[in-house]
Design a protein around this ligand. Sequence first.
Ligand code: PEP
Length: 250
Amino acid sequence: MARKKIIAGNWKMNKTPSETVKFIGELKPLVANDDVEVVLCVPAISIIPAIEAAKESNICIGAQCMHFEESGAYTGETSPAMLKDAGVKYVIVGHSERRVYFAVTDEIVNKKVKKAFEHDLIPIICCGETLTQRQQGITIDHIRQQIKISLLDVSAQNAKKAVIAYEPIWAIGTGKVATAEAAEEVCKAIRECIGEMYDQDTAEAIRILYGGSVTVDSAPELFSQPDIDGGLVGGASLKLDFGKIVNYKK
Ligand code: PEP
């Protein structure tokens, strides 16, 4: 079965709740495209108004992070049950900004991935190499390690539902997008790694996105690669032009 493309926006720490509602109202008619799953990962405070604003559209709302514990003394955090109850479907796990600024490790990513599945949330698991790792020729080794630890003890049934976002760190927010060839090489290697960890069925089912300075101009070639099933889009998802990225085929 063909994998349905996902175009997910990662708003990071941008837009107030009222700006969110206004923006989604304007975006709705621009992304009415049933061939693509459209996801907006908004700041936690905007999740509930965003879900309300996105009603009767094909936009679904995701979260940018989540704690791996059920509840407790974790000031400032959001639990998986809170996200589920609010109506969230996807949650970004292990974004490089969380890894760098908030000390999220591959082991923590693994705990979050397992907890997300327990709550019927779909993790968008981020991985990616630094510029130094790329220059040293260890990109694929590094990505394989991240994938293997992130999915440790995750069943094939759940792994099939997961989304992996390959996001080279040197490309995030820098305007330096990976070439379609370089992005495809890594996404293909990720699919092969999933095949080794599980089986061919799981490798064929899992969706792998590219992220890192995607724009209206770069999206069509990137998203047409055989192993790239869409994108995780930061800066360019904050503008209504995001609609053009969703409709990259038209
Ligand atoms: C991201 O934050 O996941 C991202 C890909 O950002 P940008 O598109 O701005 O590089």
